[in-house]
Write a protein that binds this ligand. Structure first.
Ligand SMILES: C[S@@+](CC[C@H](N)C(=O)[O-])C[C@H]1O[C@@H](n2cnc3c(N)ncnc32)[C@H](O)[C@@H]1O
Length: 243
């Protein structure tokens, strides 16, 4: 079985020292309250002004143009996928890439916990092609093995326990299906991200181990640019295959 070499740098003294600082900076609400309470908080955050600014923030942080390049250059190749699910669609940032680069006959479904975000996505996308439905990543309203492909950008960090979401993603993805997973890492910039968006962060190795235990095999790590890779910015971004 092929195994990727993780760029987690955990043997590095600096990485260990900064992880203490990261823990101090990181928002810990997600661990302090019940999932129901936390979910209400997330709905509130994205339903309000921060959610209204999400598309602009994604443009300014270059998440939209650099994400577009990943799909355009087939670093995550959508060709051949006939049913694609985007989880936590937000303002439709990734759904737009699916509309641009997926096969013309591919069925595209976007989901989000927040009704205001779904409305914003609809307005922004100006397309009737994607179905946009309200759904929680922790309990997706789809049958087992419904999708050839899944994209999930910056959403998993909104769950206290990643098993809740990864188990669902593994369930609805067919065997051999591929997933684009992007989530906040336990770096210094990730800790600040968690402050702004009230989320948690993930340790790359722990997330990899959990994915492998669920049959979600990391095919490759993806970076927005070489600069992101050098300074470990942008989060954990991986192509996953379900085995
Ligand atoms: C940072 S935005 C990400 C938007 C987009 N996917 C991207 O890559 O830019 C996070 C989105 O996930 C949604 N979200 C948070 N928790 C969720 C959950 N448990 N289930 C579904 N969506 C959730 C939020 O409402 C928000 O729209």
């Amino acid at each position: 079985m092929s195994q990727i070499r993780l760029s987690d740098g955990k043997c590095d003294t600096h990485a260990r020292r900064s992880s203490f600082i990261n823990r101090v900076v990181e928002n810990d609400l997600i661990q302090q309250v019940s999932y129901e309470e936390y979910r209400e908080k997330v709905k509130h955050v994205y339903g309000g002004p921060k959610g209204a600014m999400l598309a602009t923030a994604s443009m300014l942080s270059l998440h939209i143009p650099l994400g577009k390049r990943l799909f355009r250059t087939r670093q995550f190749d959508l060709r051949g996928m006939k049913s694609i699910l985007d989880v936590g669609s937000g303002a439709g940032q990734i759904v737009q890439h699916l509309l641009d680069f997926a096969d013309p006959d591919a069925r595209i479904i976007g989901t989000d916990l927040s009704q205001p975000m779904l409305r914003r996505a609809r307005q922004r996308l100006k397309s009737n092609r994607p179905s946009l439905v309200a759904a929680d990543l922790a309990s997706l309203p789809f049958a087992d093995a419904s999708f050839d492909g899944i994209t999930c950008g910056y959403v998993l960090e909104h769950l206290p326990d990643p098993r809740m979401g990864l188990g669902e993603l593994a369930r609805v993805l067919r065997v051999g299906g591929r997933m684009f997973l992007l989530t906040t890492e336990d770096t210094f910039s990730g800790a600040w991200t968690s402050r702004i968006w009230c989320c948690r962060t993930y340790n790359r190795r722990e997330l990899w181990e959990l994915c492998e235990s669920l049959g979600l095999h990391w095919k490759k790590e993806i970076w927005f640019t070489r600069m992101h890779q050098a300074i470990r910015a942008g989060g954990i971004c991986v192509e996953i295959e379900k085995r």
